[in-house]
Design a protein around this ligand. Structure first.
Ligand SMILES: [Zn+2]
Length: 148
């Protein structure tokens, strides 16, 4: 069953989020490469949306892409569109696919078709869009059922 969406006025987001997080999540900003909290972070656990705390990515889907942002091969629930939503983004004269949190619409980053198998995808995500919750495993294997 789909979870209820989180919808807030921009003024509420502004009050809730730090200015840095607000700029990325609500204004589609991008943190500078190699400056974020998680690009070189290797603990086991779950990455949550910094806007609404929806679990988005598991640490077992994280890989070292060398691009300076946390990179994942697949969203947590294994099916694009459940944890994250994807939209075509033609800004800056490029054609990219923007990734947002499916629940609150916060901007996360972009997905590129140059990742490792089996998905061949690289979800390139801003650390500022994420929070980390330590856990035994990333729960990204698709078996599910342990979250509640
Ligand atoms: Zn969210």
């Amino acid at each position: 069953m789909p979870k209820p969406k989180v919808e807030k006025a921009e003024s509420e987001w502004r009050a809730q989020l730090s200015p840095q997080r607000y700029e990325v999540l609500r204004e589609k900003g991008t943190e500078r490469a190699f400056t974020g909290e998680f690009w070189d972070h290797h603990d086991a656990g779950t990455y949550l949306c910094a806007g609404c705390r929806e679990p988005l990515f598991g640490s077992d889907a994280k890989f070292d892409s060398g691009c300076g942002w946390p990179s994942f091969t697949v969203p947590l629930e294994g099916k694009p569109g459940e944890a994250v939503a994807e939209h075509e983004d033609r800004s800056y004269g490029m054609r990219r696919v923007e990734v947002t949190c499916a629940r609150c619409g916060g901007h996360l980053g972009h997905v590129f078709p140059d990742g490792p198998g089996p998905t061949g995808l690289r979800y390139c995500i801003n650390s500022l869009s994420l929070e980390f919750e330590k856990g035994e495993k990333g729960a990204g294997g698709g078996s599910g059922g342990e979250q509640r």
